[in-house]
Ligand binder design. Structure first.
Ligand code: ATP
Ligand code: MG
Length: 259
């Protein structure tokens, strides 16, 4: 796709295919407006970060975008198509993959089995058929090599470290080859060596064309990895830009430190 795109603030920027954006996205829980008329866009091909204090609505935003939660109002637009309120499996089929803040793996299954059940399937029969396909097994093995867990192929997922479980979950996301990958706190609770490996993987996958949207509290990771950072406070973006600009934005310091 070519031609200039208009930025949220009305300026022109160099061409990039339309990515993922929301308009006025809102979701309340009782009296709490977890996501509050959030209008934000993330360009294709970039590593985007979504940061903000605890409870600022980042996970709820992810849940609304991926169909896990139906927003009260507003819209989610992926590559110029409205996907608001679609079922999660349809959104996944459209090319958006995600991981969860609290790792979702099957602890009693082996690593290889975990990847085989992560393949997109519409029903149990398809799931069982898919998991026996040699191509799926080959792909799962390839991905285990890629995330550095191939030596643990037959270990039970519940017995590996939390950081390794995060890598396994990332491999599970990659099984269906999404081109937009949303990670909710990939470094949370992970030891520094594995954080480094996760960062390297994200960079490599981005170089291969994958778009990322990463929620993360680890500022070293966010600032070293991201092209574009969006800062949430009380359910909506309050600042955005390249890491160097966002880091010194007084609104960001205020949101984080209350100063
Ligand atoms: N299922 C729910 N029911 C009720 N309130 C909820 C629910 N999910 C989130 N909230 C509330 O919505 C607000 C936003 O929560 P959310 O989990 O989206 O924040 P977050 O930015 O991901 O925080 P953290 O950085 O701690 O993960 C919080 O006040 C939270 O308590
Ligand atoms: Mg969260």
């Amino acid at each position: 796709m070519s031609g200039d795109a208009t930025t949220a603030d009305g300026g022109q920027r160099t061409a990039a295919p339309a990515g993922l954006r929301t308009e006025g996205l809102t979701k309340s829980f009782g009296g709490v407006r977890a996501v509050n008329e959030a209008t934000v866009s993330f360009r294709d091909g970039q590593i985007n970060a979504l940061i903000g204090p605890n409870g600022s609505g980042k996970t709820t935003f992810f849940n609304c975008v991926t169909g896990m939660i139906k927003p009260d109002s507003g819209s989610v637009i992926f590559r110029d198509k409205e996907i608001t309120g679609r079922a999660p499996h349809r959104i996944a089929r459209g090319g958006i993959g995600r991981s969860f803040q609290l790792c979702r793996i099957f602890p009693r299954m082996t690593l290889l089995e975990n990847l085989l059940v992560a393949v997109r399937a519409r029903n149990l029969r398809e799931l069982m058929a898919g998991s026996r396909q040699p191509e799926a097994v080959d792909r799962a093995r390839e991905l285990l090599v890629r995330v550095g867990l191939d030596h643990l192929e037959n270990a039970e997922a519940g017995n590996i470290s939390y950081g390794q479980q995060k890598l396994l979950e990332l491999a599970g996301v990659l099984m269906s080859d999404p081109d937009t990958i949303m990670l909710d706190e990939p470094a949370g609770g992970v030891n520094p060596a594995l954080i480094g490996r996760i960062g390297t993987l994200v960079r490599e996958l981005n170089a291969e064309g994958k778009t990322f949207l990463i929620v993360e509290h680890n500022m070293d990771m966010v600032m070293s990895l991201s092209h574009h950072v969006v800062v949430f406070d009380r359910g909506r973006p309050i600042a955005e830009g390249p890491p160097s600009v966002v880091q010194s934005d007084p609104r960001v310091l205020e949101a984080y430190l209350g100063v």
